[in-house]
Write a protein that binds this ligand. Structure first.
Ligand code: ADP
Ligand code: MG
Length: 239
C-alpha cells in the first residue's frame, strides 16, 4: 500500500547550516506520530516544510499522492496546522475568522462549520466579538477551531500544549482523540513524554536534523524509551 504521507530525503539548510538531513519516513492514514527531539533538532523546520510555510532544500513530500512542490494547492487542502502563530485576524469576529478560513479551504457550508466549531471550542456565546478583544486562552481555543475547519486529513502540531491553559488543553486533547477515532493522521512535536507516548501509534526522535529513531508505539517499552529520550533530548548522546 502506498503511504498516506511520504517524506523522502528531505533536507534544508539555513545559510549553509544544516537544519534537516535526509529525513525519510512514511505514515499510513490514521497514524499518530509523536516526534521528540532537543531544541534545534529541526522539528519545527520539518513541520514548517510539510505545512508549506518553508520551502524544502531537497527531497520530496507527498500526501495521498499530491506532491508538495508540484501540486501545492491540492496538498494544502489536506492540512490543518497548530503552531505558535495563531493565524487569526484581530479585526474580525471569531465567527468571521472561521468563515474566512472555511471559504479558503472550500468547505461546503462555512457558516455552519464555523458555528459547529465555535460550540466545540466553547466560544459560541462570544462568536460576534472581535478577536482583538479575546483573552489568550480564547485565542488558543479559536486557533484549534481554525486548524480543524477543513476537517484536515493531516494535522500538524508543533508543541501544541506549551503555553495552553488547562481549558484549551482539555479541548485539544478531546479533539485529538476524536480525530484519531476517525482515522485522521497527526504529527505532533512535543516535549511531553507522557502525552506523546499516550497519543501515538508511532514515535520518532529527531536529533541534529536526522530522524534517528522511528518505531511503532506498540513495540516500545516506555521505561526503555525514557532512557533513549533522556539521552537524545537532554543531551547525553550526540546525533
Ligand atoms: P526545533 O524545532 O527542533 O527546535 P528548528 O527546526 O526550529 O528546531 O531549527 C533547526 C535549526 O535550524 C536550528 O539550528 C535553528 O537555529 C535553525 N533555524 C531554524 N529556522 C531558521 C531560520 N528561519 N533562519 C536561520 N536558521 C534557522
Ligand atoms: Mg521548534
Amino acid at each position: 500500500m502506498a503511504d498516506f504521507l511520504a517524506v523522502n530525503n528531505l533536507g534544508k539548510e539555513y545559510e549553509g547550516r544544516r537544519a534537516l538531513h535526509k529525513v525519510s519516513f512514511g505514515l499510513q492514514q490514521g497514524d499518530f506520530l509523536s516526534l521528540f527531539g532537543p531544541n534545534g533538532a529541526g522539528k519545527s523546520t520539518l513541520l514548517r516544510i510539510i505545512s508549506t510555510l518553508t520551502s524544502a532544500g531537497s527531497g520530496k513530500v507527498e500526501i495521498k499522492g499530491f506532491d508538495l512542490a508540484e501540486e501545492p494547492e491540492a496538498f494544502k487542502m489536506q492540512l490543518g496546522v497548530i503552531s505558535h502563530q495563531s493565524l487569526l485576524y484581530g479585526h474580525m469576529t471569531a465567527r468571521e475568522n472561521l468563515i474566512f478560513y472555511g471559504s479558503l479551504y472550500k468547505v461546503d457550508d462555512p457558516e455552519q462549520r464555523a458555528e459547529e466549531l465555535l460550540r466545540i471550542v466553547e466560544l459560541y456565546p462570544r462568536r460576534h466579538s472581535r478577536v482583538s478583544r479575546f483573552s489568550r486562552g480564547m485565542c488558543q481555543r479559536l486557533s484549534i477551531a481554525r486548524a480543524l475547519v477543513n476537517d484536515p486529513s493531516l494535522l500538524l502540531l508543533d508543541e501544541p500544549f506549551s503555553g495552553l491553559d488547562q481549558y484549551a488543553s482539555a479541548i485539544l486533547t478531546e479533539q485529538l482523540g476524536e480525530l484519531r477515532s476517525r482515522a485522521r493522521t497527526v504529527i505532533m512535536v512535543t516535549h511531553s513524554l507522557d502525552r506523546g507516548l499516550a497519543a501515538a501509534t508511532r514515535v520518532g526522535i529527531l536529533a541534529g536534523g536526522r530522524l534517528v529513531y522511528l518505531e511503532e508505539r506498540d513495540t516500545i517499552d516506555p521505561s526503555a524509551f525514557e532512557g533513549l529520550y533522556m539521552e537524545y533530548v537532554h543531551g547525553a548522546r550526540a546525533a
